[in-house]
Design a protein around this ligand. Structure first.
Ligand code: ADP
Ligand code: MG
Length: 681
C-alpha cells in the first residue's frame, strides 16, 4: 500500500500528462493532493421544493422533468435548451446554454435532484440555469466539494483523483502526537482530511478545519522555536556583573514593575553566554528608553560598547539629549552620529569608536555605514524597529562579534501574533504605564467647530503649555481644491490669524536636518509653543509640556498611527487632550475614529485596526517570510494560535529534539514545511 508521501504518479489514473498538470498546481505527492482543499462547498444536505427554494443561492431542488428539451437559437454560437420541471406544486424551467448533452440526458417523467441557483424572470417565473443534477434516490445529495480548477482538470476530475487517493492510502498516519490530540480534542488526520474533502456534516467540516489549522500552526511554531534555538550563538560579550542598581537609583522616578522585569530579562540573556535577541514592546510612553539605558549602562560598565540606532534624525537627537541627562553622573562617553554630523566630527567619532574611547554611540542610518567600526560592540539596539528593514538591523548587528540585540517597538501588534511575526525574537512587554500619568482625553469633532478647538488650544498656550497640530500634507498649494489640510498653508494662515501673538513653528520631513533639529530644540525648550507639522513627529518625540494634539483630517490616518501621534502628549504631569478633526461622515471613518475616543490601549487599537483594515499593514511592514497557510488564518484563528503556542512550548520543553517513534511524522512534516522555503531573515 502506498503512503501519503508517495509520488503522485503512483496513483491509478495519473499518467505523464496528468502528472504535469498536477505539478503546475503544486501537487507532486499524494499528500499534496490530499491537502489540495476545495475552495468552496455546496451544501445540498437540505432538499427544497421549487416554491420554497431561496433565490440566488446554490440549493438542491427535487423535481420531475415534464417535457423534452426545447431548442432556441439565440444567435451564432448561442443556443439554449429549456425543459419544464415540476414537483407537483411548483414549476421551474431548467435551462442550458449550448449544452445539448446535458439537456438530452434528462429523461421525461423522471425525478432528479438539481443543484444550482433558482432565479426568476418575467412575472416571477422560476428557472435554474446550467444545474448539476443526479437522479433522485441515488447518491448525490450532501456537501459537495468545489475545487479550484485549472486547464485540463475540472473540479469533478480532481474530486475523482482525491477519492482514489483515499482508497489507495487506507489508514492515514497521524503527525500529531496522541497526547496533543487528546489534550485539544482533535480528530485524527485521516478523519480530518476526509471531512475537508467530503464533509459528512457542517459540524464535522468545522471540526476538520480546526484540526487542520491546528496542525499547520503547530508545525509552524515547532519549526520557529527550533530555528530560534539554533540561532542562539555563543556570544563573547559576557555581561556578568550587575551594576544596574546604581543606574536605577540615580533616576528621578521609580521604574514600573514592567520596566524592572524587562531589565531582568535582558540581564539574564546577556549573562548566559549566548546572544540575546529580544523585542521590547511597549505602548507609547511606557518608558522603553529607560529600560534601554539601564541595560546599556550595565553593558558599558562590563567593558563593552553599545550602539543605539533610531529611524529619524529628530529622534536620534532627542535620544542623545536624554542619554546625556541619564548618564550625567556617570563616566560614559556618548556620541551622536547622524547624516548631519560635520565631516571632521564624523572622523573623530569613527576614530574613537575604533579604539574604544566612545562607550555609547547614538545615531541614524549613518551608524551602519561601512567605515563605522567598533573596538568591542557588545550591544546593538534599534528603536522603533518597524521603520527599519530587516537588513538594516542585521547590518548594525554585524558591527560586532555576535552582539546582544534589543529591538524596541511601540507598534502594538496583537498579542496573539507577535510571537509569530517576531518569530526569532524573545519578547518583553511593557504593559504598565509609569505612575501618575494622566489619561489623555480624546475628542472627535467636525470642521464646523475647528475654531473652538483652536480657542481651547490658545487657552492652554496662555497657561504656558504647548501644542501640536498635525496635517496629512505638507503643501497643497498646487491643489487648492483639495480640502485636505497642509502644514505649510495652515502655518501661514494661523500665524497671521488665529495664533497671532503666539509662537507657532513649522516642521516637516523634507526640511534640512539642521533646520529640523533647530525647530525641535526650540520647541523642546519652550521657545515656540505650537508646532504645526506633518507626521514627522510621530515617532518617539518627547516634550512633556506639550498637552494638546490636534489632528486635521484625521480620517486620512491609520488607527495605530493616530494612536502613536496621540502618544506625543500626556507625557508629563498635565492633563492632556487629543482632538481629532474630521468631516468624513461615512460609517467606516467614524466607527474607526470613535475607537480612539474610547480607549488608549494600544493593543486593543491594533486589534481593531486589524479587524477593520486587515493584516496588510502589519505584515507589510516586515518581510516575515512565513509560509502560506492552507486553512489556518493567523488573524482570525487567534484562539488556535494561542493553543498551539502553548502546546509547542510544552512539547519542546519536555523533548527539545522531538526524540522518539511517536514524533517521526511530526519531525518529517516540520522539516517539509521548512524545506518549502520558510526563512526568517
Ligand atoms: P517610549 O516607551 O514611548 O519610548 P519613553 O521612554 O520616551 O517612552 O518615556 C516617556 C517618558 O516617561 C519620558 O519622559 C521618560 O523619562 C518618562 N518615564 C519613563 N519611565 C518612567 C517611570 N517609571 N516613571 C515616570 N516617568 C517615566
Ligand atoms: Mg521611544
Amino acid at each position: 500500500m502506498m503512503d501519503i508521501y508517495s509520488d503522485i504518479s503512483a496513483l491509478r489514473g495519473v499518467g505523464a500528462k496528468r502528472k504535469e498538470m498536477l505539478e503546475k498546481i503544486g501537487i507532486t505527492t499524494v499528500n499534496d493532493l490530499l491537502t489540495y482543499f476545495p475552495r468552496a462547498y455546496e451544501d445540498y444536505t437540505y432538499i427544497y421544493s421549487i416554491n420554497d427554494a431561496p433565490l440566488g443561492v446554490n440549493v438542491c431542488v427535487k423535481a420531475y422533468i415534464g417535457s423534452v428539451a426545447r431548442e432556441h437559437y439565440i444567435r451564432k454560437g448561442m443556443t439554449t435548451y429549456k425543459l419544464d420541471a415540476t414537483d407537483g406544486e411548483g414549476f421551474m424551467d431548467i435551462v442550458f446554454f449550448n449544452n445539448k448533452y446535458a439537456a438530452r440526458a434528462l429523461k421525461l417523467d423522471t425525478e432528479y435532484l438539481f443543484f444550482g441557483r433558482v432565479t426568476t424572470y418575467g412575472r416571477g417565473l422560476r428557472q435554474m440555469t446550467s444545474p448539476q443534477f443526479a437522479e433522485a434516490g441515488g447518491k448525490g445529495a450532501g456537501i459537495k466539494p468545489v475545487y479550484p480548477q485549472t486547464a485540463g482538470l475540472n473540479s469533478a476530475a480532481i474530486e475523482k483523483l482525491v477519492k482514489s487517493a483515499f482508497d489507495a492510502c487506507g489508514e492515514i498516519e497521524d503527525c500529531m502526537p496522541q497526547s496533543i490530540r487528546d489534550g485539544y480534542c482533535l480528530m485524527s488526520r485521516g478523519e480530518c482530511l476526509r471531512n475537508l474533502h467530503f464533509p459528512e456534516s457542517a459540524d464535522l467540516l468545522s471540526e476538520a478545519k480546526r484540526r487542520y489549522a491546528f496542525e499547520e500552526l503547530f508545525d509552524l511554531q515547532i519549526g520557529l522555536s527550533r530555528l530560534k534555538i539554533k540561532a542562539r550563538q555563543k556570544s563573547p560579550a559576557l555581561i556578568e556583573n550587575d551594576y544596574t542598581g546604581d543606574f536605577i537609583n540615580s533616576l528621578p522616578f521609580k521604574l514600573t514593575n514592567a520596566q524592572l522585569r524587562a531589565i531582568e530579562d535582558c540581564k539574564k540573556d546577556m549573562a548566559s553566554g549566548v546572544t540575546m535577541n529580544r523585542l521590547l514592546q511597549g505602548d507609547v510612553g511606557s518608558g522603553k528608553t529607560a529600560v534601554a539605558a539601564a541595560v546599556i549602562y550595565n553593558c558599558v560598565k562590563n567593558g563593552f560598547q553599545a550602539a543605539l540606532m533610531a529611524p529619524t534624525e529628530v529622534l536620534a537627537q532627542q535620544h542623545y539629549t536624554t542619554f546625556l541627562k541619564f548618564f550625567d553622573k556617570f563616566h560614559i562617553v556618548t556620541a551622536l552620529l547622524t547624516g548631519s554630523t560635520t565631516a571632521a566630527e564624523k572622523r573623530r567619532i569613527k576614530e574613537a569608536l575604533r579604539n574604544g574611547d566612545i562607550n555609547l554611540v547614538i545615531g541614524t542610518h549613518a551608524l551602519i555605514q561601512k567605515d563605522v567600526e567598533f573596538a568591542n560592540l557588545g550591544f546593538a539596539i534599534t528603536d522603533e524597529q518597524h521603520r527599519f528593514g530587516v537588513n538594516q538591523r542585521a547590518m548594525l548587528n554585524a558591527k560586532g562579534k555576535s552582539p546582544h540585540v534589543l529591538v524596541m517597538s511601540a507598534t502594538p501588534i496583537p498579542r496573539t501574533l507577535s510571537f509569530i511575526v517576531y518569530g526569532e525574537l524573545d519578547l518583553s512587554i511593557l504593559d504598565e504605564m509609569p505612575a501618575g500619568r494622566q489619561k489623555t482625553e480624546t475628542f472627535l469633532i467636525g470642521e464646523d467647530v475647528r475654531e473652538r478647538a483652536y480657542g481651547y488650544v490658545k487657552k492652554h498656550l496662555a497657561q504656558g503649555r504647548q501644542a501640536y497640530i498635525v496635517c496629512p500634507l505638507v503643501d497643497n498649494e498646487d491643489d487648492p481644491d483639495a480640502d485636505v489640510k497642509a502644514s505649510k498653508q495652515l502655518y501661514k494662515e494661523l500665524s497671521d490669524g488665529f495664533f497671532r501673538g503666539y509662537k507657532p513653528a513649522l516642521l516637516y520631513g523634507k526640511m534640512k536636518p539642521q533646520e529640523k533639529k533647530a525647530v525641535m530644540e526650540d520647541f523642546a525648550a519652550g521657545k515656540t509653543d505650537v508646532l504645526i507639522s506633518t507626521t514627522v513627529i510621530e515617532v518617539g518625540v518627547d516634550v512633556p509640556n506639550a498637552v494638546i494634539m490636534v489632528i486635521e483630517n484625521a480620517e486620512m490616518f491609520g488607527l495605530s498611527q493616530l494612536h502613536q501621534l496621540r502618544g506625543r502628549v500626556g507625557r508629563g504631569e498635565y492633563q492632556s487632550t487629543c482632538i481629532l478633526i474630521s468631516d468624513k461622515k461615512d460609517a467606516d471613518s467614524s466607527e474607526r475614529l470613535k475607537i480612539l475616543t474610547q480607549t488608549t490601549d494600544g493593543f486593543r487599537i491594533a486589534d481593531e485596526d486589524l479587524r477593520l483594515r486587515g493584516p496588510g499593514d502589519i505584515f507589510g511592514s516586515r518581510q516575515h517570510g512565513l509560509p502560506n497557510m492552507k486553512i489556518a488564518n493567523m488573524i482570525t484563528d487567534g484562539e488556535i494560535v494561542r493553543e498551539t503556542h502553548t502546546a509547542a512550548e510544552k512539547l519542546l520543553k519536555e523533548n527539545p529534539t522531538l526524540e522518539g517513534e511517536e514524533f517521526n511524522m511530526l519531525r518529517k512534516s516540520v522539516n517539509m514545511l521548512f524545506a518549502k522555503g520558510i526563512s526568517l531573515n
